[in-house]
Design a protein. Sequence first.
Length: 235
Amino acid sequence: MLTDTHCHLDLDKFDADRLHVIQRAQRAGLTRILIPGLTVTSSQAAAKLASTHPMLFAAVGVHPNDAETWDGQTVSALVQLAATNDKVIAMGEVGLDYYWNKSSRETQIAILKEQLDMASELNFPVVLHIREKGDLDHGDCAEDLIKILEEWMNSLKSGKHSLMERPGVLHSYSGSLEIAQKAINLGFYIGVTGPITYKNAENRRQVIAALPLERLLIETDAPFLAPVPHRGDRN
Ligand SMILES: [Zn+2]
């Protein structure tokens, strides 16, 4: 029984053959696909798509690269989606992106914290995006994220929240072993995507190989990140 925990099936790259893609996935052994949102609009699309097929589920949230779309209506729009569609089961993708820096670090952090609070309210695990300045494997982005997650986990612990057992996943992980182990110690899972097959990804392979198998999740991140020998194609 396979689950793809991260697939952008709502994107227009799938407009021509979406149902065929779902059917092929099913024939290949997939039983569940989680479609994460990037903005309120794409979260609405993900939720709507999820309700069309039993194997599809949606996460809702605002991506750090879309932080400028955050406004006074965002929280109520996301809560509304979660409340009215039982295929909406997670918060994401949310996080920090110091590579593109589309918004200030302060703004990204404020939006992340707000969405973590929403996740506690809704009892939703979180899908976390993280990307360092210069694509380093360890830097301010990881340090800031772990600090925020530690605070969040402490707040869950003090309320004996059931999310403590399943707080979420660090999606498409490319960071250091040290940060991965810190995240695992907090209760998080580590998401593994196609780049682990790239020729120059020896470091990434070593980090993943050193982690406990039961803490790894497989994700396509389709249509992005196709593995070798399909690198560059639609995933
Ligand atoms: Zn994604």
